[in-house]
Write a protein that binds this ligand. Structure first.
Ligand code: 5GP
Length: 264
């Protein structure tokens, strides 16, 4: 698989073309951004960890019947993925109130929601990814009603599966963001919806079950420090860090040289 020219560069990832039209390479950068790009930094090792964590999660979801864009992880920073036409919507799921929900509506931080709350945001950096109603999606033809119905069902199932994956390792899945895209299914001769982008501590809020310690990007957003250690902790609990790694001893600068466990 040959890596071709850069097709797109986002805040945390770069997409490269390959010699196959339907496949692209997704490269995970160490760049961290928050508050619509107002806060920026490079967090050494973050891209490597997100690549591995996202591979693990998308593979687990795919084993449960969720269609994803992931073909395989290629190396420490790159994945081979299907070239999807990304739907310009961020699909947010909340199990516990915090973040922009608490700020916007004055709901006490940490309030457990009776059922998952779905929100839709228009993916537009210039506008700060504004919250929208479902009706906006249809009014401006960002996706068809049947597509959103299918995505809602997939998102609901993904929330259940992710909650199980994280609960099993002592982590509460507070909220997260998903993206979906359309890919062409040659056998069925029609376009189909796949889960795209990544699922990682960059896109989820993850709290330790007992201490409620934040193990996600809020450590960067809120200047809590130890960002890479928190992401490593998530990887370690998911069983995808080397057993001998002692999180408290890991030097930030050496994070990229850590070897991941080989897949069985
Ligand atoms: P909030 O709306 O409270 O800021 O975010 C809700 C959830 O969606 C959080 O888990 C947050 O990480 C994720 N999220 C929302 N927007 C974005 C985004 O533009 N990029 C990333 N990486 N995550 C986002």
């Amino acid at each position: 698989m040959n890596k071709g020219k850069k097709l797109y560069e986002g805040k945390a990832k770069i997409i490269y073309e390959t010699n196959e039209k339907d496949l692209v390479i997704q490269h995970f950068k160490d760049d961290a951004t928050a508050f619509n790009n107002l806060k920026k930094a490079s967090v050494e090792g973050k891209g490597v960890l997100n690549n591995r964590i996202s591979e693990h999660i998308l593979t687990s979801l795919s084993q449960c019947g969720i269609k994803t864009h992931l073909i395989k992880r290629l190396n420490m920073r790159e994945q081979l993925i299907k070239h999807a036409e990304i739907i310009p919507i961020e699909f947010i799921v909340r199990n516990i109130a915090t973040g922009s929900l608490s700020k916007r509506l004055g709901i006490a931080d940490g309030t457990i929601l009776e059922k998952p709350l779905f929100e839709y945001c228009y993916k537009k950096d210039e506008l700060g990814d504004p919250l929208i109603a479902k009706e906006h999606i249809f009014a401006f033809d960002w996706a068809k009603e049947e597509e959103i119905n299918e995505i809602d069902k997939m998102t609901f199932r993904i929330n259940d599966l992710l909650q199980g994956i994280f609960r099993g390792v002592g982590i509460k899945l507070v909220d997260f963001k998903l993206e979906y895209g359309r890919v062409w299914n040659k056998e069925k001769n029609k376009s189909e919806i796949v889960l795209a982008d990544e699922i990682s501590p960059d896109t989820c809020r993850l709290w330790d079950v007992k201490s409620e310690k934040k193990l996600d990007k809020d450590r960067f957003r809120k200047d809590l420090g130890n960002i890479v250690q928190a992401y490593q902790e998530v990887a370690r609990r998911l069983g995808i860090m080397p057993e001998e790694t002692n999180i408290s001893e890991v030097n930030f600068g050496k994070a990229t040289s850590l070897k991941f466990k080989k897949k069985k």
